[in-house]
Ligand binder design. Sequence first.
Ligand code: HSE
Length: 317
Amino acid sequence: MLEKTKKSVTAIAPCSTANLGPGYDVFGLALDALEDRVKITRSTEGAGISIRLIDNRDRIPLEPESNSAGRVVSKIARDFAIDDPLAVEIKKGVPAGYGVGSSAASAAAAALAMKAVYNLKIDKDSLVEYAAEGEIASAGTKHYDNVSASLLGGFVISSIAGGKRRFVRMEPPRDLYMVVAIPISMDVPKKKTELARSVLPKEVPLGKVVHNVSSASTIVAGFALRDVDMIARGIDDAIVEPARKILIPGYDGVKQGALGAGALAATISGAGPSVIAFLKTKRDSRRVAEAMRAGFSKVGVESRVLVCRPSTGARLA
Ligand code: HSE
């Protein structure tokens, strides 16, 4: 028997960047730039799960199985034999389709809110597993990098070593800053993540694999040693970035602009089309932001550029 403790709970989850270059589907970093809010209310009327979006500017689907928060709520409800009618209210702060973990933020907030409404005993790794269910709605498959970072905060490694999935959180260095350029005037395809995954090579030469293993290890070492320069040196990807950058107008100009203005590294944020730059101080962040904006505007694309730090992850309101 479930102990029903609350009628309504709101959870908030931040945006995130996935991959950090070589860590495709494995690395995620929560960002304190933007967040989604999900409120779940146990209702006494109606049946099933109803979804309402406040300011649905992104035209996100409202059917529970096609909505990232809805999918999570529905899976948890099924697994815990919850049959109350549930009202899910989503306030999107993270724009959908730009590679900053929008579906993940809604999914992470939904998982945390659902756990709190019913006081469910779900451990940390299982909660990430539930949140990843939401990614199927937008990406077609589960991937854990954005949801794990959004839920747990900081830098997260989604490990499948030893055949069991575990999420390893590392505290980012205090002097790590990011600049994210979101090309908001770009029309992103409906199933953008699916498309961005379809352009990736099915087979990769061993030399490139070695390059990326070395880069990814350097990033992990950088987080372990709290060394931003080392993290930035590892953001060097021989596999995914070269294949995907053709989907992002002006990508090389935006990246070179960021590096020229003082960023230590820059790469595609998640599946794109946003670009993220990494810095060691806030000092150069305005110049980097301007350079990235100028890079997009050179190809006629308007962008929203945000300076941010790592986020501590999802929380209850
Ligand atoms: N790792 C995923 C990808 C992130 O790059 O396709 C999608 O947000």
